[in-house]
Design a binder for this molecule. Structure first.
Ligand code: AMP
Length: 434
């Protein structure tokens, strides 16, 4: 028989009892992280949007640009049975922008603030911190061009990291300007790079015509040496773009948020205008130290068939956050079991346990019923393994007296309780163990 395994670059998220050390695949870590993301979204008044996992391929080619890495190399694209070209979403912004246009959200709410949590797909070389299915928490604020929107969204992401206990973060920001500034800069950059063309990496040579800005954030040391003396993007900004950037910097200073201006930071996608930012973390992510990023995209909605609408968004990789939290020991490892674990000692007691556990659940208390056999020791072993708070034991004599024998699995103290008392004081049983 074939023993099937998950495809390369993807992983399962499993119950905590599968692990004895912190691991990305522990479901409770994800629940903890997701709860924090939702709480932050709520604090900043963002509402959830869930878009499909696949879209018409054009949604991504029109938005990110044909020459971007994620479109040209990393997208999972296929023809469906109706011969339509569709792609698994490699990022979240394009799908959200498409949905905002399609459902006329701007007519209903002048500047929608939306967030999403979910899986994304990129065909990339798998390694620690880089997967083919990964998860992002992202947010988009659509319909405002105010630089203080940029500031608040950067702050929101940093606030999430802070709530999660992350340290050693660096915020880098830059402005890629408005479209005319960027075109002027592109020209100057190409002129600067042409004399070095043959000395550039093969990848950067190919980018020279199509996507020269990407050469600026190439990881290849040969390229980095050449671009170190390239003209800076910020000196090509129009006065409006320079003013926008200045206001973003002032806003961050007002909130005492440390940042570095990195004039090599351009981000890979065509749709960015004005502010772009990236947050890196120093600890042990095995080279994948970028945990979150984003920027302004004032033309994307129009490029996708809507009206010209300014917007700002970010996305943060959830695996990278978890890896950082594991490295910085910020994840709670304790598992929460059920409050009550019933151990019936015969068939009739099993029915009584079934009825009592049903009553407890309906009043809001978690309960589990041991069903493998009627052996008290085995039942107790399972109760400890499940990390239950109380074992509730019922045999013939207890049943006859309408009572249960209850054991606090932490203190090991025991007492007898009537069925009524168990149900009525399930929320706080401490007094009965005195
Ligand atoms: P990007 O759209 O490439 O800037 O991605 C935003 C964030 O998603 C990054 O900062 C990473 O934290 C995360 N990310 C991007 N690609 C991957 C991947 N292949 N595996 C895991 N996380 C990723």
């Amino acid at each position: 028989m074939t023993h099937y395994q998950a495809p390369k670059g993807v992983f399962d998220i499993l119950p905590s009892y599968c692990f004895d050390q912190p691991d990305l695949s522990i479901a409770s870590f994800w629940q903890h992280l997701e709860a924090n993301c939702r709480q932050i979204a709520d604090l900043y008044a963002f509402e959830e949007i869930r878009t499909p996992i696949f879209e018409h391929t054009e949604v991504f080619t029109r938005s990110s640009g044909e020459a971007s890495d994620i479109v040209s190399k990393e997208m999972y694209t296929f023809q469906d049975k109706g011969m339509r070209l569709v792609s698994l979403r490699p990022e979240g912004t394009a799908g959200v922008a498409r949905a905002v246009n399609e459902h006329h959200l701007l007519r209903k709410q002048g500047s929608p603030k939306l967030f999403y949590i979910g899986p994304f797909f990129r065909y990339d070389r798998p390694q620690a911190g880089r997967y083919r299915q990964f998860h992002q928490f992202g947010a988009e604020w659509i319909g405002t061009k105010d630089p203080l929107a940029d500031v608040q969204m950067i702050t929101m992401l940093l606030h999430l990291y802070k709530n999660l206990g992350l340290k050693n973060l660096n915020l880098m920001i830059n402005s890629v300007g408005d479209l005319p500034s960027r075109e002027r800069y592109k020209k100057a950059l190409i002129e600067f790079l042409i004399p070095f063309k043959t000395a550039l990496s093969e990848e950067s040579q190919a980018r020279l015509d199509k996507n020269p800005l990407r050469i600026l954030d190439s990881k290849d040391p040969k390229d980095q040496k050449i671009v170190a003396s390239a003209p800076a993007l910020t000196s090509f900004l129009s006065s409006e773009a320079a003013d926008h950037f200045h206001q973003v910097c002032e806003g961050l200073k007002t909130l005492h948020i440390p940042f570095t201006i990195s004039d090599r930071l351009v981000r890979g996608l065509d749709y960015y205008t004005h502010t772009v930012f990236e947050i890196t973390i120093q600890d042990n992510l095995q080279a994948q130290n970028a945990i979150g990023a984003g920027g302004r995209y004032d033309h994307l909605l129009k490029d996708l068939g809507g009206v010209e609408t300014p917007a700002f968004g970010f996305a943060t990789g959830m695996e990278r956050i978890l890896l950082a939290m594991i490295a910085q020991q910020q994840l709670p490892l304790e598992k929460k079991g059920p409050k009550f674990f019933f151990i019936p000692l015969d068939a009739s007691s099993q029915l009584t346990s079934l009825a009592l556990s049903d009553q407890l659940r309906k009043t809001g208390f978690s309960a589990e019923l041991y069903m493998k056999n009627f052996k008290i020791q085995k039942g107790l072993q399972q109760a400890y393994f499940s990390q239950a708070e109380y074992a509730v034991i019922i045999g013939e004599s207890e049943r006859n007296e309408q009572k249960v024998q209850i054991k606090n699995l932490l203190t090991k103290k025991e007492c007898a309780l009537s069925f009524e008392t168990l149900i009525e004081s399930a929320g706080d049983l401490t007094a009965h163990f005195a």
